[in-house]
Ligand binder design. Structure first.
Ligand code: C2O
Ligand code: CU
Ligand code: CU
Length: 564
């Protein structure tokens, strides 16, 4: 061997050593707050590895996005500028908003367009998130980095003695698994072979935590794997929120299991432990068969992070802050489950297709079809969802529109940390089941649906999704925040549309877009005495699904149309 070769070998080996062992302080996302939130989603590149550019997508930056901080009861306008070369949407995961403000696949934002939903924050204090939701593109856009947190605060939470200094004793942890090509360092959309973990976009992450009670806001933002988290010293921690709000009391745990899309805030006590190092570990080997991240599943390759315990986040305990929180509250809030008298019940069966498939799934035997509403309910209906997973794989099942409560989990009373407000329920394989209760409050839209789907993003993109309408009690479409009442008749239609309506603001234009968000018709219309009218003949319209978009001086409102 030549001397040069040996030197190179030593260099290469030492680099490998550095890459696997050097820990990096996690970045803490910037915050945005106030009544106007400006977000720009763009193609970018990010250096996860020194000197190497990985192509990514970010909101207001190269990877992930800022944390949006909202107060319950405030008004907010989200200006979402799409600087991608592709269409996108942005969904406020967990927020209780109207279908037209939800950022579902029915609110496409074309490249270089801005989508500006306005709404009142009706949600309880908890940790929510935002991410793209364009059907068929969700996996790609989210995995490349398009995701951020939303923290909602309210007076109930504010009156409790809880850590809430962002980034100091109240720390966001966006947890992801990624598959990064070992040579090119580019993100590969094959999450079964994920080989990198990240917290807040930082690989080999570590965090400095003061020696006191701290709050960790944990989001499972991975496309696929289930988190099974615990501390390497086996310590107890206390879960204080489920997805959409405070639990009744802090729930002591030594393990926290979160499926894709789920969030939990936990309190951990590091009092007196300055100078020590601990690890937040992933205990994949404790996951049952069929849970992504657990033992090998039939028909799936075993990934480097499957079925093992490893260090997800290093924790360095540093001196306490000046006024630390020193105790865990006894009581947090009182969650009131809706009364179920008069509720209607629907059964949802998840199946592999064919039965043994580990990649292709249906809900009640059907795949997502943007032209079909799978069911409809009326405003203020209470509904019980009986969901049974007849497939061989676990699925995190997510419902838009409002939070739900789990009243039964695998046939029993749910564990205490699943008894609060939720929007994702993790269903185990081979008969795993849950009964949920929810109420369709505040928002209705006879045209634009809410979605329900598996939050494993490849399953969702592949059609493991459905949609439902919440019908208004009176006819017509109304959206209080926008102050438009419009009627589109007939719908579905085969002869074009008459669009008539009322609006408190001057309408600048009405336009029709196809399902790719491309404009195919635009009418500059005038508003007389708050009324407007536009006639669109069918000749201009080709295809099946259209979106009608109204633009006024301050707002933009999109609704879905169907042509027979
Ligand atoms: Cu986080 Cu419909 O999704
Ligand atoms: Cu959602
Ligand atoms: Cu799934």
């Amino acid at each position: 061997m030549t001397k040069k070769f040996i030197i190179n070998l030593v260099l290469i080996l030492s680099q490998c050593f550095l890459q696997t062992h050097a820990q990096n302080l996690i970045s803490i996302p910037d915050t945005l707050s106030g009544n106007i939130i400006n977000l720009e989603i763009a193609d970018s590149s990010h250096q996860f590895f020194n000197g190497i550019n990985t192509s990514t997508i970010g909101y207001n930056g190269s990877y992930l996005g800022p944390t949006i901080i909202l107060n319950k009861g405030q008004n907010v306008t989200m200006n979402l500028a799409n600087m991608l070369s592709d269409t996108t949407t942005t969904h406020w995961h967990g927020l209780h908003v109207a279908p037209s403000n939800d950022g579902s696949p029915h609110s496409p934002i074309l490249p270089s367009q801005i989508w500006s939903p306005s709404f009142i924050v009706l949600d309880n204090a908890a940790t929510y998130w935002y991410h793209p939701h364009l059907h068929g593109k969700t996996l790609r856009q989210v995995v490349k980095g398009a995701a951020g947190l939303i923290i909602v605060r309210d007076i109930v939470e504010s009156s409790l003695q809880l850590p809430r200094t962002y980034g100091i004793d109240d720390i966001p942890l966006v947890c992801q698994f990624q598959h990064i090509d070992s040579v090119t360092k580019q993100i590969i959309l094959n999450d079964e072979l994920d080989n990198i973990t990240m917290v807040n976009g930082t690989i080999n992450p570590m965090v400095n935590i003061p020696a006191q009670i701290v709050r960790l806001r944990i989001l499972n933002a991975s496309s696929h794997r289930v988190l099974q988290l615990g501390f390497n010293d086996g310590r107890t921690f206390w879960q204080i929120t489920s997805d959409d709000g405070l639990l009744d009391i802090p729930v002591p745990l030594t393990r926290l299991r979160l499926g894709s899309g789920e969030r939990a805030e936990i309190l951990v006590n590091f009092n007196g432990q300055t100078g020590n190092t601990f690890y937040l570990n992933q205990y994949g080997n404790e996951l049952p068969q069929g849970f992504p991240g657990g033992p090998a599943m039939m028909g799936s390759p075993i990934g480097p992070f499957d079925n093992i315990t490893f260090n997800f986040l290093q924790i360095n305990v540093v001196p306490a802050t000046i006024n630390p929180i020193t105790s865990i509250p006894n009581v947090l809030t009182t969650n009131n489950i809706w009364t179920t008298s008069g509720a209607s019940t629907m059964n949802f069966n998840i199946q592999g297709s064919p039965a043994m498939s580990m990649t292709n799934f249906t809900i009640n035997g059907v795949k997502y079809d943007e032209n079909i509403n799978n069911f409809s309910k009326n405003l203020n209906d209470v509904m019980i969802w009986n969901i049974t997973n007849q497939s061989m794989m676990a699925h995190p099942f997510h419902i838009h529109g409002n939070h739900f409560f789990i009243t039964s989990y695998n046939g029993s009373i749910p564990p205490a940390n699943l008894q609060g407000r939720k929007d994702v329920v993790l269903l185990g394989p081979n008969g795993g089941s849950a009964t949920l209760v929810t109420k369709y409050e505040d928002f209705s839209d006879s045209i634009m649906p809410y979605m329900y789907h598996c939050h494993i993003l490849s399953h969702e993109d592949n059609g493991m999704m459905g949609q439902f309408i919440v019908n208004p009690l009176a006819t017509g479409i109304s959206d209080e925040a926008f102050n438009v009442t419009a009627g589109v008749f007939p719908n579905p239609t085969n002869n074009g549309w008459n669009i008539t309506g009322e609006c408190t603001e001057k309408i600048i234009y009405v336009k029709i877009m196809n399902s790719l968000g491309q404009e195919i018709y635009k009418d500059e219309i005038e508003t007389y005495n708050n009324k407007f009218q536009s006639n669109i003949s069918s000749n201009e319209l080709k295809g099946k699904v259209f979106f009608l978009n109204f633009k006024t001086e301050h707002e933009s409102h999109t609704m879905k149309l169907m042509k027979k």
